[in-house]
Design a protein around this ligand. Structure first.
Ligand code: B12
Length: 496
């Protein structure tokens, strides 16, 4: 049996063209599925947006089963349109989807009738059961359409023993050169799953049922050793964990083990500032282990919004964590959110001002977006506040809820905040200072920024020469016979 697992792109996802790491989800699924099928992996990101060409490429692999990973909202319409095309050409092809977005939108994915089944939640063992049985019906965690209605099989228990998850089959995507972050190659490791916190705008709590489950330190180090051996080039290894620092003593042990390796690789992870602020001794170890950046959700300085979104951090903790990380030469990749429910214009202005003064090295500003699976989505949906229903617009820079500032005004705030961060004298000067992690990180941010500008220039040139690529056919939720590839919105910034 031939299985093809696909990481889709979006119809207009600009960032797919200039930055992505390898698709850990399908690489991990492949590692398991190899026991039951001949597996190929295809990563469509950065390969244009011609859906016909993509369908041809996939059909040429002669799959019996094709699995699409729909993790993010802007990949939804592309995936539905691709499934429709594939089914027209190969009605016998079994099409499965999984991932965050698909899990919470099973009904919407199945209703048009081109996708056979949605695998909700973790996919490793469900996929193996489907392949072994040659049927998705009756497999726990699967939703499918019986021709009249969507059938939801019972929930699957979460994987209890995380070390039973096999390391990703990286060898199935041998061209690793495209997975870069500026001058560095990038490889991801998943050392834990889930997060016990309940931030209103995040879907992780519901996806992993509020549980945080780690792999053992030994197992994590095996994966790191494997990457160090396999890929000798200068690299960044990132922890794809939702909350890497949930068990802070484990982080300390991992850092100590990394230090013993004396590697020249850099690391980054996602962590909460309250935890870092309380543990300066661990931040020191992270510095010694060459953590070049920590992605921290700083969100907003507004105490009312921090409370309402159940983020559970304070501005003092943000400042303390930034100070600590910088003291150990670790860059801060701060993510901020504007337009949370009830946010006034003055509050948005205050957030923009805060961002400019927060001493963050890489800034990522998003517009609050109700992603399926998040409480924000449920609340906005039940109160009728969702005004934008086109998944292509869930790009985290477009307002989608009633009460948010109009796009133009939001863009202006975001643009000003970005330029105040990146055109600061202190930031520019630091690019040329001694080779510290911070300077490296800032140069990397600049290179990612430059590749984004290059993508933008290419798109504009193509438009000028009337060579705009055309994407078709219509997605089931879209009436237009042909979709013109829109220009990347001017406000979109390089987001990692
Ligand atoms: C690491 C990460 C990143 C990294 C790298 C991603 C990459 N490879 O390029 C970075 C920081 C670059 C990133 C960027 C973004 N990310 Co991100 N990211 C994650 C994170 C934390 C982990 C992803 C991961 O690798 N997981 C590990 C693998 C093993 O799990 P998995 O992919 O989920 O796959 C499992 C299941 O979902 C399922 N499955 C998945 N696909 C399929 C397919 C089939 C057929 C089957 C059977 C099963 C199945 O089985 C797999 C194994 O159990 C997730 C949260 C999460 N926990 O998933 C967010 C997440 C995917 N990201 C998210 C977002 C919003 C973004 C950004 C848009 C942020 C921004 N504003 O810029 C960008 C988009 C970048 C892009 N090019 O797509 C959202 C998406 C929400 C949504 N519904 O749209 C998530 C869910 C986080 C959240 N709740 O907010 N991200």
């Amino acid at each position: 049996m031939r299985l093809v697992l696909v990481m889709p792109t979006g119809v207009r996802v600009g960032y797919d063209d200039y930055f992505s790491a390898s698709p850990l989800g399908i690489e991990t699924l492949a590692a398991h599925a190899q026991a039951h099928a001949d597996v190929s992996l295809v990563d469509m990101r950065g390969k244009g947006h011609d859906i016909h060409e993509h369908a041809e490429q996939l059909l040429a692999l002669r799959p019996d089963v094709l699995g699409l990973s729909v993790n993010s909202a802007p990949h939804t319409k592309y995936s539905l349109a691709l499934a429709e095309l594939l089914k027209q050409r190969r009605p016998d092809l079994v099409i499965l989807v999984g991932g965050q977005q698909a899990t919470f939108l099973a009904e919407e994915m199945l209703s048009p009738g081109h996708i056979d089944a949605v695998v909700r939640g973790e996919g490793e063992f469900a996929l193996c059961e489907i392949l072994a049985a040659g049927d998705y019906r009756g497999v726990a965690g699967v939703s499918w359409h019986d021709g009249r209605t969507v059938r939801n099989e019972p929930e699957r228990p979460l994987i209890q023993e995380m070390d039973t998850i096999l390391p990703p089959a990286r060898d199935l995507l041998p061209d690793r050169s495209r997975y870069r972050m500026g001058a560095y190659r990038i490889e991801g490791i998943e050392s834990s799953r889930g997060c016990p916190y309940s931030c209103s705008f995040c879907s992780i709590r519901n996806f992993h049922r509020g549980k945080w489950r780690p792999k053992s330190v030994g197992r994590v180090m095996q994966e790191i050793d494997d990457i160090l051996q396999r890929y000798p080039e200068p690299k960044v290894i990132y922890f794809a964990d939702d909350n890497f620092c949930n068990d802070i003593r484990r982080v300390e042990t991992i850092c100590q083990a990394i230090v013993e390796r004396r590697t020249d690789a850099y690391f980054w992870c996602q962590a909460r500032v309250d935890v870092l602020a309380k543990h300066p001794e661990v931040v020191e170890w992270m510095g010694k282990a060459h953590f070049s950046a920590v992605l921290a959700g700083l969100e907003t300085p507004n105490p009312r919004q921090l409370k309402a979104s159940r983020k559970g951090i304070s501005v003092e903790q943000m400042e303390r964590a930034i100070e600590l990380l910088h003291a150990h030469d670790i860059g801060v990749w701060g993510t901020f959110v504007m337009g949370l429910p009830g946010e006034t214009r003055e509050e948005t202005r205050a957030t923009a001002k805060f961002i400019a003064s927060a001493d963050v090295d890489i800034v990522q500003i998003t517009v609050a977006t109700p992603i399926p699976g998040s409480d924000l989505y449920d609340e906005a949906k039940s109160s009728g506040r969702i005004v934008e229903k086109d998944w292509d617009s869930y790009d985290f820079v477009t307002p989608t809820m009633a009460g948010q500032l109009p796009q133009k005004e939001m863009d202006a705030f975001i643009r000003r905040a970005y330029s105040q961060v990146y055109f600061r004298w202190r930031f520019l000067r630091s690019l040329f200072t001694k080779r510290t992690n911070l300077a490296r990180l800032r140069r990397t941010a600049l290179r990612v920024f430059a590749s984004w500008i290059w993508v933008l220039v290419k798109e504009r040139l193509a438009a000028l020469l009337r060579r705009r690529r055309v994407v078709s056919p219509p997605t089931p939720s879209c009436e237009r016979p042909e979709l013109e590839l829109p220009e990347i919105p001017a406000q979109e910034r390089p987001q990692a």
